[in-house]
Design a binder for this molecule. Sequence first.
Ligand code: NAP
Length: 295
Amino acid sequence: MAPTAAAYVQPIADSTSVFKEDIFKGKVLFCTGGGSGICRGMTEAMMRHGANATIVGRKLDRLQQTAKELSEATGRECLPVQADVRQPATLEEAVAKTIEKFGRIDFVICGAAGNFLAPISGVSENAFKTVIEIDTIGTYSTIKATIAHVRASKGAYIHVSATLHYNGTPYQVHVSAAKAGVDALSAVLAVEEGPHGVRSNVIAPGPIANTEGMDRLSPKNVDKDKFNAYPVGRQGDVKDIANATVFLFSPAASYITGQVLPVDGGSEHTRYQLLPYPQSVLDPKSVAHLIKARM
Ligand SMILES: NC(=O)c1ccc[n+]([C@@H]2O[C@H](COP(=O)([O-])OP(=O)(O)OC[C@H]3O[C@@H](n4cnc5c(N)ncnc54)[C@H](OP(=O)(O)O)[C@@H]3O)[C@@H](O)[C@H]2O)c1
């Protein structure tokens, strides 16, 4: 039935319209996955508020281009470093380069991740392992490579998780398992490192528009009206995640650690499945035109 009145749509804010521009002056961010998408937006916001940053990923060309654009846009320094979170030695090198250039690490974003659509019956052991290796073990290795410096600066971590493991999301068993592991890692980190002055929290994005994640996972020609069913009336924007990042790293969040913050427009509670259910499970061929999936 059509709604009787139009729902309110929450506006998207710029972090600089709310938070002071110099709150991270003199601070340094280390961000895996910062070359693109959500983590790029998180890095840009931290730089807009005064931080210098290292961005880490496998594609050096893209990292270099992103670093140039972020520096030009914010007036801060951005160091692009090629590393694979599945290879701890490359992360240690990236940390060494960061210390050589900036002398410290205050904040770490563990955002590197991989994803694709596949049912349990279709996902290979190798593909499952790869996602665990990037998302979960990659987060562990990033923590190991950075913790001494974050302790020294009394800094903080944000891990980028998801909301899809709060219920059973079809075709996402690999990422559900991987992100549940990330949430658990963060809680232990908060407890073990809290007494050393380190905070650790998770941001769990809902569907965020114009990102690689949504491009890969959301059905083509998705009915945009579905997003009107979100309590805030719209799909997420990279700026929504960036704003939560600025808040959680700021001293205003000093009493917040060991938490998972869904930034999802309330969609966790309306629990809408992107693919038609149970049709997508009973008859995968019938949704093949909507998605690219490994059957
Ligand atoms: N988009 C969404 O709606 C959504 C929703 C929930 C959660 N998330 C989470 O948000 C984060 C960003 O997602 P996104 O959609 O913005 O996708 P994205 O642009 O593809 O970001 C993923 C980043 O991770 C890097 N990466 C992947 N494998 C890596 C590896 N082995 N070593 C180092 N870096 C690696 C990629 O760079 P290289 O290719 O250069 O390595 C890329 O910059 C992810 O953690 C994702 O799970 C996204």
